[in-house]
Design a protein around this ligand. Structure first.
Ligand code: GRF
Length: 199
């Protein structure tokens, strides 16, 4: 399957997806990396890895949907089958979520449905949970609400700060996201109505 990754920054999850796609038995080819931020560190890494990249600056568009249609046009030109959001800091329009429904996944650094949105690790520490983790889910129009494909759990340790908890969760993100993408690419999970169906 031809996969695009949408990023806005560092791109460490993107790098884990690129590394996993290099395995000889991988069903995934990372065919395109798109960023809304030209200076995103991940874009330079992808370009150096020989992957096609596109910068689509959101400020150049006067509506969310106009931006999303420009991104979607690049995905179609590149004959993309599956889209992975990886630290992509733009909320996608209902139009985009519907256009790519069942082929569009995201990683979120909490055990959804807990702690949606931003400042996720602050939310977790504030709530006093003793475990946290990460979730890969299908993207649907409602933010951080799509059917769950996979989750991983980490302990919350005494003295954790948002940064120490984020670092522990990130280690698991880098394993979980490639595994979940592989499941989708191999047809081992699919979106049916509003549920993830396995097997
Ligand atoms: C990750 O924690 C991801 O779960 C969240 O944003 C962060 C992106 O990090 N959505 P990176 O750009 O993949 O390093």
């Amino acid at each position: 399957k031809r996969v695009a990754i949408l990023i806005s920054g560092r791109g460490s999850n993107m790098r884990s997806l690129i590394a996993a796609a290099a395995a000889p038995d991988s069903p995934v080819e990372i065919a395109l990396v798109v960023s809304n931020i030209g200076s995103a560190a991940g874009i330079q890494f992808a370009a150096e890895a020989g992957i096609a990249t596109e910068i689509v600056p959101h400020k150049a568009f006067n509506s969310r949907e106009a931006f999303d249609r420009a991104v979607s046009a690049h995905l179609e030109e590149t004959r993309i089958d599956i889209v992975c959001l990886a630290g992509f800091m733009r909320i996608l329009s209902d139009w985009f979520a519907t256009r790519w429904m069942g082929k569009l996944i995201n990683i979120h650094p909490s055990l959804l449905p807990l702690f949606k949105g931003t400042h996720v690790h602050e939310q977790a520490l504030q709530a006093g949970v003793r475990v946290s983790g990460c979730t890969v889910h299908f993207v649907v129009p409602e933010l951080d609400a799509g059917p769950i494909i996979a989750q991983a759990v980490v302990p919350v340790e005494t003295g954790d700060t948002p940064d120490t908890l984020a670092a522990r969760v990130l280690v698991e993100e880098h394993k979980l996201y490639p595994a979940a993408l592989r499941m989708l690419a191999e047809g081992k999970v699919r979106l049916e109505a509003d549920r993830a169906v396995f097997g």
